[in-house]
Ligand binder design. Structure first.
Ligand code: Z5A
Length: 215
């Protein structure tokens, strides 16, 4: 019988090393999946399909016009609806594993915690767009904003990255609060040197594979 698909997300404030560690997560899982002839789909949000990537560009571009918080929220979910419909759901239905750089927890953290939009509004859209679909595992890389900001100090900032210290501190707190109330979260400190962070991510993946009788 075909094994079911699996949905893993990676979360954290900017500067924690998500992009760096996405590669590590995908390489580790690909090695495991190839042995049983299954595929891994690596993707990201906002984005992951041509239309959703266009919405990402709209969302992140610095602009003179003030973007209303509700417009930002709706665009995040518009991109997500497209991503789910044309990429994530078909991959999961085919038994593939999907690893996504950010998903709806980012909306709770940024638009909820950072912008202060009501959680109930996010919940309504989550239900509409996702139904009952939730990640099976969420790896949250945690780092205080001061340290994260130092790691990306020489980057050119997009519209969201130009937000304040207060904004990112609220984003981090919202992530930590969600981690406490959602057992699918594994919190990994991103403050250590990269080899140690990856050692801890590797252990988390082994535990997860074992819990699904994959090892
Ligand atoms: N957003 C939202 O608001 N609502 C939503 O629903 C969703 C997203 C889905 C784009 O996200 C924006 O969208 C994001 C949230 C918002 N905006 N903000 N602000 P993104 O994920 O595409 O963009 P990002 O947050 O900038 O992620 P990133 O490019 O993956 O950055 P990163 O986490 O900083 O990763 P990195 O480039 O791998 O690491 C940064 C540097 O640190 C790099 O030089 C590494 O070599 C270094 N590094 C990594 N690990 C270590 C360790 N352990 N020690 C020392 N140095 C390290």
């Amino acid at each position: 019988m075909k094994k079911p698909g699996c949905f893993i997300t990676l979360e954290g404030v900017e500067g924690v090393g998500k992009t760096t560690n996405m590669a590590f997560v995908c390489d580790t899982l690909t090695e495991h999946l190839q042995a049983s002839g299954r595929n891994l789909v690596r993707t990201r949000e906002p984005g992951g399909t041509p239309l959703a990537e266009e919405i990402r560009t709209l969302l992140l571009a610095p602009r003179d016009e003030v973007v209303a918080d509700l417009s930002e929220l709706l665009l995040m979910f518009a991109a997500r609806a497209q991503h789910l419909e044309s990429q994530i759901r078909p991959a999961l239905a085919a038994g593939d594993w999907v690893v996504c750089d950010r998903f709806t927890d980012a909306t709770y953290a940024y638009q909820g915690g950072g912008r202060g939009l009501p959680i109930e509004h996010i919940q309504v859209l989550e239900k509409l767009v996702q139904g009952s679909l939730q990640p099976d595992l969420t790896i949250y890389l945690d780092l205080p904003w001061d340290l994260a900001a130092k790691r990306i100090a020489d980057r050119e900032r997009d519209r969201l990255e130009s937000e304040s210290h207060q904004f990112f501190t609220a984003v981090r707190q919202a992530y930590l609060d969600r981690a406490k109330s959602h057992p699918r979260f594994v919190v990994i400190s991103a403050a250590e040197a990269l080899p140690e962070v990856q050692h801890n991510i590797g252990r988390c993946l082994q535990d997860f594979l074992r819990s699904r009788s994959e090892l």
